[in-house]
Design a protein around this ligand. Sequence first.
Ligand SMILES: NC(=O)c1ccc[n+]([C@@H]2O[C@H](COP(=O)([O-])OP(=O)(O)OC[C@H]3O[C@@H](n4cnc5c(N)ncnc54)[C@H](OP(=O)(O)O)[C@@H]3O)[C@@H](O)[C@H]2O)c1
Length: 271
Amino acid sequence: MNIPFVTLNNGIQMPQLGLGLYAPKQQDEVKQSVLDALDLGIRLIDSAAIYANEKEVGQGIIESGVTRTDLFVTSKVWMEDMGYDSTLRAFDKTLSDLGLEYLDLYLIHWPKDTARKETWKALETLYDQKLCRSIGVSNYYKKHLEELFLHANICPAVNQFELSPFCYMPDEFAFNQENDIQVEGYAPLVRGWKKDDEVLNEIAAHYGKSTYQLLVRWNIELGAVTIPKSVKRARIQENMEVFDFCISPEDMQKLSQLYDNTRVAWDPRDF
Ligand SMILES: NC(=O)c1ccc[n+]([C@@H]2O[C@H](COP(=O)([O-])OP(=O)(O)OC[C@H]3O[C@@H](n4cnc5c(N)ncnc54)[C@H](OP(=O)(O)O)[C@@H]3O)[C@@H](O)[C@H]2O)c1
């Protein structure tokens, strides 16, 4: 299964589909899911300090034997660690837990109202020191990005936010594209909450795909990077089998009308 790459605004390549790792009660299954995903051909790993499983993720990476330069490993600084020095410390812990010497992408996890500026400065330092190949943000909407543009020396390469037809806001998506920031969509499967949706089922059946595959492909059609999470090998494989069909413009239109602001995480507009 060949997963395409997108090129970030600093020229580095990022796989368009990866493995999500938010599994707070499933730490013992995380290492195996990393091993399975890497064995199946996934190379993008979406980690975060708050998931409290970076040691397991690191063990999976090491045991897989995959060459480091073939991997694209992301992590995120959590809200309580925001600030210049505390972000640098949090980054050190993440690197040590993962057992890595550098990250491919480090993100500010949420735009907490204080310390956004200092935290971005810390990420710029890590980038300058070549400890991160790219830096970005998560859950930043237009108002947060506009604030960041006022003080940033480096434009974020990636903005990771929740993305499914049920919470798709075309203006927010377009603002990232206009500013050359790659959108990475999380919770593409809406954690299965919408699996019985009639429109989803009707369109998925038309393509001979599951509703999960349809939702992953919807992210790909938009040009987003997507990181469906599963700790089950068969599901990881199912969620990857999305490069042998395209969703027609008419069906994309129908799917985009499903917006009802269903979100698995907080709404960034509240930050
Ligand atoms: N930046 C942020 O603030 C933020 C917030 C949330 C998530 N994320 C990232 O995005 C990733 C994905 O989001 P998410 O984990 O919240 O939700 P998701 O990927 O939309 O859904 C994951 C859920 O769907 C189940 N599942 C996966 N594939 C399935 C399939 N083919 N059939 C049936 N069920 C399936 C999984 O269960 P099993 O594991 O049991 O298969 C899990 O319960 C996270 O893991 C994390 O890396 C980032």
